[in-house]
Design a protein around this ligand. Sequence first.
Ligand code: F1P
Length: 291
Amino acid sequence: VHMERELRSQPETWREAARIGASRPPLPKEGQRVAVVGCGTSWFMAQSYASLREAAGLGVTDAFAASEAFLGTDRGYDALVAITRSGTTTEVLRLLESVKGRIPTVTVLGDQDTPATELSDEVVALPFADERSVVQTRFATTALALLRAHLGEDLTASVGDAEEALACPVEEEWVDAEQFSFLGTGWTVGLANEAALKMREASQSWTESYPAMEYRHGPISIAAPGRVTWLFGPSPAGLESEVARTGARFVSHGRDPMADLVLVQRVALERARARGLDPDNPRSLTRSVML
Ligand code: F1P
């Protein structure tokens, strides 16, 4: 199973990304107004990075699904950051083509030698984090680790937490649960979206994701015994008790939220196994989605 080997290598690949990220100046530059794009998993990593960059005070940073990013000159972006493991995703290529010569682009990808490379002004390739599985695990988190290191974050504790998330038990209650809702705030909203996607892709699970406080405005209606509400990052006051009243299991760990995503990847893998599914080859999905 590629997914298992790949997800288990994350502490190593994050260490390497932190080394590369810390050794070069932040991309894009401080003060630039930036659009970050991707598709699927890569879009969710774009959401997390956009939130972190803006919170770090480096400038307005917006995340878009590549298919929905209409970056006309009037939007005023100084730079575009694209995230794509394959470098072949149609929507990303179309967008890079459409801004070529107008907005400087930096693309974070798995392999240096891809169609996206030719369309980008600058590329950051992470070949050591590239993957065989259709389902992304380490490329996504390693790309985000690199971008976090660019922002000046020290990832030493995150790497330690990822090791811990790989060593801790996967609870049976999670493997058997009927439904999962993943929640986040700020940069962890993207991680919650990614956790839900991982469970759908690898294990055909019914999962949803929301900004934590939005969950209270309707989605909590389906929380019930046998279902799990999983929060990434700090818990907004009152949320845990509100979920507890529904009978759903509330999960919230103190570890680095990206390391908590590693644990969800393991839950997805175990659920796939329990259902007799091949987690590397999800139904109706290919390694790179092209039109
Ligand atoms: C992104 C993507 C993933 C999806 C699957 C296929 O492609 O669509 O979101 O989960 O892994 O690829 P990419 O642009 O990052 O290669």
